[in-house]
Design a protein around this ligand. Structure first.
Ligand code: GDP
Ligand code: GDP
Length: 445
């Protein structure tokens, strides 16, 4: 599971600055989830090959009332969902009453908390440590988010020495929840989408047809539920982010949609079924979520749900809109379905299987190189400073998504349009559908 780190602290201590620094390295797409979690931002980041999720909270003043207390509620929920909390304080402003109140709150919680003194630029670290020690959260880790100072040691302290992976989930009485281990089998499918698009209904449909084995589990607030099963003798595991199988009392209402759950499900899936409500169309939040799917390189099938009862004119309009707004997911199959009535659901499986096979495809280096040579022959790469870019051979560098590694000279100068051309050639020749493809270059000069 990808660990989740929440940034907490008074306004202006530098949370967004740190958030941007942590997530930028990877062009992370920030899901600003409107409506439900107005003031929380979620981003994905990677440090030394370790992915993690960063949550930027709205900011606690330590003196909450009115709108502030609503914001505080959001911050508190972010703390609840996180594996570790980075509590930021402003080294230039010194310790404030607000800091003390937040610290008091954090001390009462059983959460990994790291005290981070930001804005140390040029200041004497010993005096900063002395200043913040009374907060009772240990010695602060001193950083300057705006200048990127000490970020690596901080991440090492949190992600490596902090050992934050293992936090058990607690039930309402504060006891650790014991769950039988579930071994995913076959293709891992995550059904994701905004609240109310019909995910639960679809998951029920998908399991309802020809279901052979289902292991039921008690759910928890944060982790998705893994449901291994077979269909026509083929193994699958559904990652249920919607909480269909959940029996708990409070969960349904409050935690039906969780960004963290969605992000983790995307990370862990082989194929994502992205559910859209035909009546609502594609909204900003859909694009954010899709951004995460693309970023993770997952295979993708788009299900436009609630197609039942739509007027012909409406259908026409929705199709046009999809074409316009989903131009960046052209590789993915689209299905117009009714999860409620079951129409189109069987065809989804066909696309899922195809996307999975494409994503996991194995192609020998010899064959890849042949195709590269033929593509180059057909359409030469451009000249750079009077010299032609030379692409010599290709091999498969990974799967889900397939990574095509191309070796050659002056590869830094390959134009994007040429990369797209090669991508399309490989896609066509190897019949890769439903999965993004990554092309990477390795230079020999
Ligand atoms: P947030 O409200 O906690 O999200 O704080 P912001 O990230 O918006 O930062 C508040 C202000 O502090 C901005 O003007 C930042 O440029 C500034 N800031 C952030 N990090 C540093 C730092 O390391 N050094 C200095 N001097 N200023 C910083
Ligand atoms: P979730 O929040 O994404 O899990 O959405 P639900 O599965 O709970 O569905 C939200 C609402 O949409 C419920 O009232 C469903 O009955 C309704 N719904 C789901 N699928 C369909 C569909 O295909 N057609 C219609 N008309 N309604 C649907």
């Amino acid at each position: 599971m990808v660990p989740v780190i929440a940034l907490v602290g008074r306004p202006n201590v530098g949370k967004s600055t740190l958030f941007n620094r942590l997530t930028k390295s990877r062009d992370a797409i920030v899901a600003d989830v409107a409506g439900l979690t107005r003031d929380r931002q979620y981003g994905e980041a990677v440090w030394q090959g370790r992915p993690y999720i960063v949550v930027d909270t709205g900011g606690l003043t330590g003196d909450e009332h009115g709108i502030d207390s609503i914001m505080a509620g959001q911050s508190l929920q972010a703390i609840e969902e996180a594996d570790a909390v980075l509590f930021l304080v402003d080294a230039r402003a010194g310790r404030t009453a607000g800091d003390e109140m937040i610290a008091e709150h954090l001390r009462k919680r059983d959460k990994h908390t790291f005290l981070i003194a930001n804005k140390i630029d040029g200041a004497d670290q010993d005096s900063i440590i002395g200043e913040f020690a009374p907060l009772g959260l240990g010695e602060p880790i001193c950083i300057a988010a705006a200048h990127g100072r000490n970020i690596n040691p901080m991440l090492e302290a949190v992600l490596v020495k902090g050992d934050i992976q293992a936090a058990p989930e607690l039930d309402e009485d504060g006891n650790p929840i014991e769950r039988p281990p579930v071994t995913p089998i076959g293709t891992k499918i995550a059904v994701i989408g905004r609240p109310n698009v019909g995910k639960s209904t679809l998951v029920n449909r998908m399991l309802g047809e020809d279901r052979v084995v289902v292991f039921d589990q008690a759910g928890t607030t944060r982790d998705s539920i893994y449901i291994p099963y077979e269909r026509h003798g083929k193994p699958y595991t559904l990652i249920d982010t919607a909480g269909v199988r959940r029996r708990g009392k409070v969960f349904e209402a409050i935690e039906k949609f969780s960004v963290i759950k969605t992000l983790q499900a995307i990370q862990d899936a082989n194929v994502v079924i992205f559910v859209v409500d035909a009546r609502e169309g594609i909204v900003e939040q859909d694009l954010h979520l899709l951004g995460f799917v693309l970023d993770a390189g997952r295979a993708l099938v788009v299900a436009i749900n609630k197609w039942d009862g739509m007027e012909p004119g409406e259908k026409e309009y929705v199709k046009k809109e999809l074409e316009r707004r989903l131009i960046f997911t052209q590789f993915a199959d689209q299905h117009f379905i009714s999860a409620l009535h079951g129409s189109g659901v069987g065809l989804l499986y066909k696309s899922v299987d195809q996307a999975y096979e494409s994503a996991m495809t194995k192609i020998p280096t010899k064959r890849m190189t042949e195709i590269l040579e033929a593509a180059v022959e057909e359409h030469q790469p451009p000249l750079v400073n009077g010299r032609r870019i030379k692409l010599r051979y290709a091999h498969l560098g990974g799967s889900n998504p397939p990574i095509i590694v191309i070796h050659g000279n002056q590869v830094d100068s390959v134009p994007r349009s040429y990369t797209r051309y090669l991508e399309n050639v490989f896609r066509k020749v190897f019949k890769l559908s439903g999965t993004p493809i990554r092309v990477e270059y390795k230079g020999s000069d």
